[in-house]
Design a protein around this ligand. Structure first.
Ligand SMILES: Cc1ncc(C[n+]2csc(CCOP(=O)(O)OP(=O)(O)O)c2C)c(N)n1
Ligand SMILES: [Mg+2]
Length: 326
């Protein structure tokens, strides 16, 4: 098959394949984490990013190395996207001194000054005022860096969300607020928790642009986040994005997810897998081949120490839309 020179959202084939690789890496890393957690090798709480890969990859692909990223406790994906070595993230999960937080933080506390990654925050919405403070520091120092602040739909119900957005708007801080609306905060469905059916009225309340995007489509995420990043970088102030997604696993490793049906989960996995959707798009545009996806997938499992690679595999269901098994 002839490879096309087509671009998607201005991204060339090399960058698109790199994004595909990152999505595969995030998926495979989380599967491995789940496996090791089940074997009792990882302690504490652990929240997986499976299903939400397009949000982290699409958003962080718009950033520069000097930009700063803050996230919630579901942040393995952001750490990997920011360039943290998978072995370092895994070591942190294992509580090893070679982890990014010297093994003292674990799953919810990925941190790297060099990579501009300021957590990993276990308290819901805690990262939002911190992100505003980091953005204020960047503004004060007249740097070109901006802040990307990720949070879940549950964080919107916290006072810290409202205080942060208000101050960010008043001070025109260089920040992009990225809500990963995966439709549940723990077991609470978003339609039972929000008096409004989208985040757009909240953006209006704090006088900043609001934008929604399909969080299962990495290109749609990239296209939504990019103008917000440019606006922040050029002194235009903050934006609020609502990226609609779905976590394929429970809230944490110990969540049996009784609050939703197995049919609902299966429907998302089989028809809205973000990796499958991206692969289909790349194939349709003739930009990449199945062999290249397979190559990326194989490479994605090579990031952690060799002895972890051969250990027992957990049962996985095959997604019908993705060549990458879940
Ligand atoms: C201030 C605070 N209140 C309650 C909790 C307990 N808690 C942990 S996660 C969570 C739900 C947060 O919502 P969201 O980010 O949408 O959840 P997810 O999508 O990760 O399930 C809650 C209430 C907490 N960690 N911090
Ligand atoms: Mg949520």
């Amino acid at each position: 098959m002839a490879i096309s020179n087509a671009t998607l959202a201005g991204l060339n084939r090399t960058r698109l394949l790199e994004m595909h690789y990152k999505m595969a890496l995030l998926r495979r890393f989380e599967e491995k984490s789940a496996e090791e957690y089940t074997r009792g090798k990882i302690g504490g709480f652990m929240h997986l990013y499976i299903g939400q890969e397009a949000v982290g990859v699409g958003s962080i692909s718009t950033l520069r190395p000097e930009d700063k990223v803050l996230s919630s406790y579901r942040e393995h994906g952001q750490a990997l996207m920011r360039g943290m070595e998978p072995g370092v993230v895994m070591a942190e999960l294992f509580g090893k001194v070679t982890g990014c937080s010297k093994g003292k933080g674990g799953s919810m506390h990925m941190w790297s000054n060099e990579l501009g990654l300021y957590g990993g925050n276990a308290i819901v919405a805690a990262q939002m005022p911190i992100a505003a403070g980091v953005a204020l520091a960047e503004q004060y120092q007249e740097s070109d860096a901006i802040v990307a602040c990720f949070f879940g739909d549950g964080a919107v119900d916290e006072g810290a969300f409202h205080e942060s957005l208000n101050l960010a708007a008043i001070w025109k801080l260089p920040i992009v607020y990225i809500c990963e609306n995966n439709q549940y905060s723990m077991g609470m469905a978003v339609e039972k928790a929000w008096a409004v059916d989208s985040l757009m009225p909240r953006a209006a309340a704090y006088n900043m642009p609001g934008q929604q995007a399909d969080g299962m489509d990495v290109i749609a995420v990239y296209e939504a986040v990019k103008p917000a990043v440019e606006r922040a970088r050029s002194g235009g102030g903050p934006s609020l994005l609502e990226i609609k997604t779905y976590r394929f696993r429970g809230h944490s490793m110990t969540d049996p997810a009784y609050y939703r049906t197995r049919e609902e989960e299966q429907k998302w996995r089989s028809s809205r897998d973000p990796i499958g959707i991206f692969e289909k798009k790349l194939l349709e545009h003739g930009i990449a081949t199945q062999a290249e996806f397979d190559e990326n997938d194989a490479k994605a499992t090579q990031g952690w120490p060799r002895r972890l690679r051969s250990s027992r595999r957990i049962a996985r269901s095959r997604s019908r839309t993705s060549s990458i098994r879940m």
